[in-house]
Design a protein around this ligand. Sequence first.
Ligand code: PGA
Length: 252
Amino acid sequence: MRKKIVAGNWKMNKNLQEGIELVKEIKALCDADKPNCGVIVCTPFIHLASVTPLVNQDIIGIGAENCADKESGAYTGEVSASMVASTGARYCILGHSERRAYYHETAEILKEKVQLALANNLIPIFCIGEVKEERLANQQNQVVKAQLEGSLFNLSAEDFGKIILAYEPVWAIGTGLTATPEQAEDIHAFIRSLVADKYGKQVADDCTILYGGSCKPSNAKELFAKPDVDGGLIGGASLKAADFKGIIDAWK
Ligand code: PGA
């Protein structure tokens, strides 16, 4: 079944104490006024083990923002999918444009990460999206197609069915420039058609496709109103409990 989801991506923000506080605030707001959608909070690795016991993950799921492309061993500084899972976290963002751009994560590396996440029962939130030059050249469809083919379309239908997709136009991330609801719908529908071509209509219908990029309480409702936009992946606005809850409430 396709799920409506609002997921936060804290990026490299909040120390441990601040992170614990923020999760408690989000939980209090969701306890007071039940969300009408799935809620996921993705935090830096170091927060995971401290915040998973604070929430009922059937209501507020916890996820990492990355995991290693290797199972275990001499990879100083890396954190494996199995370590993430051992904290109780259920999700893992993979393929975020910041990881692709600043840490040179290729389609091939991301393919490994997706497989390791799935093998450890983590649900990948897999990000795709074009940069500004590609949008200006009207190449966004080719770009997302190559990203899906390069890292996900090797999966079985069963495994693909576990993935949450996030379309995040890089020109909209952290810039205040949001894709219009029409732009988002066009490409989300295109992404769903690619999934249908590869895995069939049922898998495509069931696939959750989030929009990310300067999504905030003031624009979430019109974005989520589009038939192929199943929620949001939220950066900046997920760092304040009230703003994050404002976006969650866009589903009401
Ligand atoms: P933003 O980030 O909401 O701050 O634009 C979204 C993301 O990068 O996931």
